[in-house]
Design a protein around this ligand. Structure first.
Ligand code: ADP
Ligand code: ZN
Length: 610
């Protein structure tokens, strides 16, 4: 029930989550080991204590001595090496347990009593092997736990294994500029870097200072790592890489020491490239906070120290990548550090075709296949996503038992990546189908009557991924700016699904939740990011990461923002409803056709409006 772009975003989120997953995994390992140890010790304690202490069968040491002196005790059973004893009293059938503080002294005491003429049997037994093992374990448990934890932590830090001091990868890479498609200007900018790595003397003789730090801004998958590798490949120098998230350590000081070691290694291998992915993880604005933040600060400070300390004869180029430039500490951008910044944008139509061509090299395609048409359908896609589409197409072709990858396989792959996998097996009730049909028809018809919205490419009520159906739009045009009107109309199109459910079926469903979520995000951005509200004004307020920003402006502003967001959404919903009520006949026609044939193509949709 959503547009292609939203799915792209989803994929991006997924990828981010995957990155986080790595850290989570380590935390999980520690947590599970801790839990296992705690449970094990609890069980042992239960076993041991449970063995000895059944409440009314217990007898205190003082009582025991008294009863021994009074001659009430028939027999005492002791286990070597254990302080717990079994006591058989003369007048009671069952045995009682007791703990003696000092076994030797106790034995002497009993002997004394026997000498005094008191009748009492003392029996000493070898201890049960199982109990003795568990007892030993129990006493050793805290030690075992601590040792295990240390081993684990050191393993994670990579300090436990010889030679694996930190998790970087050093490789002579084979990637060349030819393997990077679409980023022509960016490659051009990097040529001087390559020359510097090859012949640094030439530059130093001239007295030229070549930038040592280059910051690459761009979404994940846009080829930042690829271009950094290509520089190393072109210059034929080692490529040392590490991800910023790996610097974030649990123990203070380790992040900084890793940075130090990374650069120690770089100095040994120079000339070389150091690539730091996700630099925002260490390079976010320094704060005066405590705990994790100070740790962060130390790591960042160390990085700055290392970069400031480059000698003129050390040929090291540091490339760093981030998709959150706004988070970076300004100190990173000062001269001598990352003083060159290059934005790696998502590829345009030509770039997409070029990237597809590169990744198509190792695959077999039918003759009539047009990569250009795939490029046309994938505005906003990153290089990684395009590579993924071709891989999916190869899988689809294999499943369909095609000799070569056909256009239909490619189209299916695009849909698979954008809207999710087609779910033919899921049985859908007639009621659900009808609801989905009206919902999707609503999106399509509302956008048809909105000037700025893209033409409909396909409407479907065949479930894909989590969506019960979808409306796909043509997105041929690559644009860099979105106007306010366009955003407002986007809200109307998004709420068109919900409006159709209400108008045609007089009921509303959960199927619109994603639409509403996306619409709310857009409305909020319009007010707090793009300064599109007259009431709130031309101001940027970070409502998500920094709640203080909102507080700074005062309650009145917070109220105004809330009201403006609500007004935008309410107006959009009203507009969607009014468009639909004016074209009820079309709504019914499209929805009924959808129910009949499940999919409506671009041409079929246009026919409704002739
Ligand atoms: P980033 O570092 O920006 O997250 P990567 O460089 O890791 O992205 O890109 C991931 C993969 O996507 C690359 O290994 C490559 O297969 C593909 N890719 C991305 N951009 C391009 C491009 N411009 N040309 C060719 N392949 C690309
Ligand atoms: Zn929808």
């Amino acid at each position: 029930m959503s547009k292609e772009q939203e799915n792209n975003k989803e994929q991006e989120n997924n990828r981010e989550q995957k990155n986080k997953g790595k850290n989570n995994k380590q935390i999980w390992i520690i947590a599970s080991i801790a839990i296992i140890l705690i449970v094990a010790s609890a069980v042992l304690v239960y076993l041991m204590v449970g063995n000895n202490n059944e409440d009314d069968s217990k007898i205190s040491y003082t009582d025991l001595i008294k009863k021994v002196s009074d001659g009430e005790v028939e027999k005492i059973e002791m286990t070597v090496g254990s302080t717990s004893v079994k006591v058989k009293l003369k007048d009671i059938e069952e045995e009682k347990n007791s703990i003696v503080p000092n076994t030797q002294a106790f034995i002497e005491l009993i002997q004394e009593k026997v000498e005094q003429g008191i009748e009492i049997q003392l029996e000493q037994k070898q201890r049960n092997v199982l109990i003795s093992i568990s007892e030993t374990l129990f006493t050793l448990l805290p030690t075992i736990m601590i040792v295990a934890l240390f081993v684990l932590v050191f393993k994670m830090q990579g300090l436990g294994e010889k030679g694996k001091v930190y998790d970087d990868t050093t490789t002579k890479v084979k990637v060349k500029f030819d393997d990077v498609a679409g980023l022509e200007e960016e490659k051009q900018e990097m040529i001087e870097t390559v020359q510097f790595l090859k012949e640094p003397e030439k530059f130093t003789k001239m007295g030229a200072k070549v930038p040592r730090g280059i910051l690459l801004y761009g979404k994940p998958g846009t080829g930042k790592t690829l271009i950094a590798k290509a520089i190393a490949g072109e210059a034929n120098v080692p490529f040392i890489s590490m991800s910023g998230s790996e610097f974030i350590e649990m123990f203070a000081g380790l992040g900084a020491s890793r940075v130090r070691k990374l650069f120690e290694k770089a100095r040994k291998l120079a000339p070389c490239i150091v690539f730091i992915d996700e630099i925002d993880a260490i390079g976010s604005r320094r704060t005066s906070g405590s705990g994790a933040e100070t740790e962060n600060n130390q790591t960042l400070n160390q990085l700055l120290v290392e970069m400031d300390g480059f000698d003129t004869d050390e040929t090291i180029i540091v490339l760093a990548a981030t998709n959150r430039p706004e988070m970076l500490d300004k100190a990173l951008l000062r001269p001598g550090r990352f003083d060159r910044q290059i934005t790696i944008a998502v590829p345009d139509l030509k770039g997409r075709e070029a990237i597809l061509k590169i990744h198509a090299k190792d695959k077999k395609f039918a003759e009539n296949v047009s990569l250009k048409s795939v490029a046309e359908d994938t505005a906003g896609f990153t290089g990684a996503e395009l590579a993924n589409i071709l891989n999916e197409a190869a899988i689809v072709a294999t499943v369909n038992e095609h000799e070569l990858i056909e256009q239909s396989d490619l189209d299916e792959a695009v849909k698979k990546v954008t809207v999710g996998l087609q779910k033919t097996s899921r049985v859908i009730s007639e009621k659900d189908k009808k609801l989905t049909a009206y919902h999707e028809a609503g999106h399509a018809i509302v956008s048809r009557y909105l000037e700025t919205q893209e033409p409909v490419k396909e409407i479907s009520i065949i479930p894909r991924g989590v969506a019960g159906g979808y409306t796909m739009y043509k997105t041929n045009e690559d644009k860099s700016y979105i106007s306010k009107t366009e955003m407002q109309e986007r809200l109307v199109a998004l709420l068109g699904g919900r409006a159709a459910e209400k108008i045609a079926l007089n009921d509303i469903s959960t199927g619109a939740s994603n639409d509403i979520e996306v619409a709310t995000k857009i409305a909020k951005d319009m007010v707090t990011v793009y300064g599109m509200s007259d009431v709130v004004g031309t101001i940027s307020i970070n409502t998500e990461q920094d709640p203080y920003e909102l507080q700074l402006l005062g309650e009145k502003y917070a109220d105004a923002i809330g009201a403006e967001v609500k007004i935008l959404l309410d107006n959009a919903y009203l507009k969607a409803q009014s468009i639909l009520s004016a074209h009820m006949d079309k709504l019914h026609e499209v929805a009924e056709t959808l129910l009949k044939q499940e999919v409506i193509t671009e041409e079929q949709f246009d026919k409704f409006f002739e």
